[in-house]
Design a binder for this molecule. Structure first.
Ligand code: C2E
Ligand code: MG
Ligand code: MG
Ligand code: MG
Length: 272
């Protein structure tokens, strides 16, 4: 514990805040150059059909190595959103993921699933970026899924609808990510025509404490809207058995595989 006295003394409490702010400032500065310094990589996590044997898709998850530390996306993605860097970063992710997926040697039906921030989706240039990336990579649009969180429903519905329609017109599929944690209404779900619903891992991990009701309700909604369902955060064989029995279509979690670099994915796939 530091207790400096005299001019410039800020006290223990303020010093903590000061350090945190310095840290955030340093991350913010670092983030600006992360692309050109090659500090980003994508890891991929398999999403399995409920039988647990076949891969349905692989989710691209961004990794940032900054000054030797791995900064979690839950820390730097919100920062990228606040600073507007998310557009360049999001484009980098989309580009990298489509190039990787175009080179995969799996069954052609295996898709790559890319997380898209709401502000990225709402940007007018987003659809142009999509077209450019698809053309540049040669990836079939049917092999691309975009994951959008439920917070999209807090936005101007008209513009969301326009963006979603442009995406769907390209035969790209859309997943609602972290379903159940946000504020979507049934009416919005209906008008927005999503393809898949990803049930947040918070519910998967609390099945015993009553969230099986939420999972069942979600499955009914998905069924009504002809959406596929994916359960996130499958960590044990027991989780897998239970969600499969409930009728979830696809399963994702550490039980099957952790996110891994692109080159390891093929080896993992052939070994499994
Ligand atoms: P998400 O899209 O819901 O991704 C799933 C997160 O759960 C990933 O965390 C993944 O590593 C983790 N996960 C998967 N299976 C399990 C499991 O069995 N148990 C547990 N405890 N966790 C599991 P990660 O990679 O740290 O990413 C966190 C969030 O950051 C993502 O949540 C997503 O919202 C965001 N994110 C990551 N990459 C990107 C990106 O390229 N663009 C955008 N916009 N957001 C991203
Ligand atoms: Mg996701
Ligand atoms: Mg999720
Ligand atoms: Mg999440």
């Amino acid at each position: 514990e530091q207790k400096r006295k005299g001019p410039g003394s800020v006290g223990v409490f303020n010093e903590g805040i000061y350090t945190a702010l310095r840290h955030e400032q340093s991350l913010r500065d670092g983030l600006r150059y992360a692309i050109e310094k090659n500090e980003f990589t994508l890891h991929y996590q398999p999403i399995m059909y409920a039988d647990g044997k076949r891969m349905w898709a692989a989710e691209a998850l961004l990794r940032w190595n900054f000054k030797g530390d791995n900064i979690p996306p839950d820390v730097f993605i919100p920062l990228a959103e606040r600073t507007g860097l998310i557009h360049d970063i999001g484009n980098w992710v989309l580009h990298r993921a489509c190039i990787d997926a175009a080179q995969w040697q799996f069954d052609d039906s295996v898709a790559v699933s890319v997380n898209v921030s709401v502000s990225q989706l709402m940007d007018d240039s987003f659809i142009r970026s999509l077209d450019r990336v698809l053309e540049g990579s040669g990836l079939s649009p049917q092999q691309l899924h975009l994951e959008i969180t439920e917070s999209v429903f807090a936005e101007n519905t008209e513009h969301v609808l326009k963006q979603i329609q442009a995406i769907k017109a390209r035969h790209i599929q859309i997943s609602i990510d972290d379903f159940g944690t946000g504020f979507s209404s049934l009416g919005q779900l209906h008008s927005l025509q999503f393809d898949h619903i990803k049930i947040d891992r918070a519910f998967v991990q609390k099945l015993e404490e009553g969230s099986d009701t939420i999972v069942r309700a979600t499955l009914m909604i998905a069924n009504e809207f002809h959406c596929l369902t994916v359960a996130e955060g499958i960590e044990t064989a027991e989780d897998a058995v239970r969600l499969r029995a409930m009728g979830v279509n696809c399963l994702q979690g550490f039980y099957y595989a952790r996110p891994m670099p692109a080159r390891e994915l093929l080896a993992w796939y052939t070994d499994n």
